[in-house]
Write a protein that binds this ligand. Structure first.
Ligand code: DC
Length: 251
């Protein structure tokens, strides 16, 4: 008989290639980073993780992979029922290794495909579906807990507030809207800057109806990268990690 449990919930999924936690090992330190598109969240989080010797979990990749999966099934990503239907056989895996990053759906490598504009355009629809968010959030907690790593930098829009509200380090990475739009269009050299800015504002507006990622929750440190370059932003994040962990350890 086939296993009726959605693939997402099956054991043994957790990031192949990563060691199982040693018997009696302590839970990884979680550095939770939220922020809007173009704040540098993803690249800064990954670089911070590498400098700390931690793993890195890009949570947006799960929503992108589900949007890719929905599109592959010809599902209407603006229809919650259709999204839930394809979610039933969503077999997702992601690497937490900063030096070997990949995302797979049903064994297919979708690392690059999930960055395509057609996926980006569809992703807000799937990220809006509450049961999807709940299941995916559980998956994130499981992936981190079973990674066998000293720490994991987890990046996404609701990480400091919903997914890991008790993480020892919680950071909201922001930047002025015009700076975020300029950074995004510099990344996408093949697209018109005004169009990129309009798409970014539209996606912020759609996503902020689901999660407030522009305001820091109590206890969340703000790192504003408006006037910082990339390395300075990574340094600012690492300095928050150092001071927060230092205070926690009585340093
Ligand atoms: O960070 P990103 O652009 O790869 O995120 C893709 C989409 O998923 C975006 O619409 C925001 C959404 N998302 C979310 O709702 N919650 C998260 N924890 C991460 C991403």
């Amino acid at each position: 008989m086939t296993d009726p449990t959605p693939a997402l919930f099956r054991p043994g999924l957790a990031a192949p290639g990563l060691a199982a936690p040693a018997e009696g090992s302590s839970a990884p330190v979680i550095v939770a980073i939220d922020g809007p598109a173009g704040s540098g969240k993803s690249s800064v989080s990954k670089a911070s993780a590498a400098r700390l010797g931690y793993g890195f979990l890009d949570t947006g990749a799960a929503y992108r992979a589900l949007a890719w999966h929905a599109l592959a099934h010809g599902a209407d990503t603006s229809d919650a029922t259709a999204v839930l239907e394809v979610f039933g056989d969503f077999d997702y895996a992601i690497s937490l290794d900063t030096t070997d990053r990949w995302v797979r759906v049903g064994g297919v490598d979708v690392t690059t495909a999930i960055r395509e504009p057609r996926v980006t355009d569809a992703v807000s629809g799937v990220a809006r579906v509450a049961p999807v968010r709940q299941a995916v959030n559980q998956l994130f907690r499981r992936l981190v807990a079973s990674a066998g790593l000293p720490g994991v930098v987890v990046e996404g829009r609701d990480i400091t507030t919903v997914v890991f509200p008790d993480a020892p380090v919680r950071i909201l990475l922001t930047a002025a809207p015009e700076v975020r739009a300029a950074r995004r269009s510099a990344e996408m050299t093949d697209q018109d800057a005004a169009k990129v800015a309009a798409a970014l504002h539209q996606r912020d507006a759609a996503d902020s109806t689901v999660v407030d990622f522009l305001t820091a929750a109590p206890g969340v440190e703000v790192v504003d990268s408006t006037h910082l370059d990339f390395e300075q932003t990574v340094d600012a994040v690492l300095s928050v990690v150092d001071s927060t962990m230092g205070a926690r350890d009585g340093r």
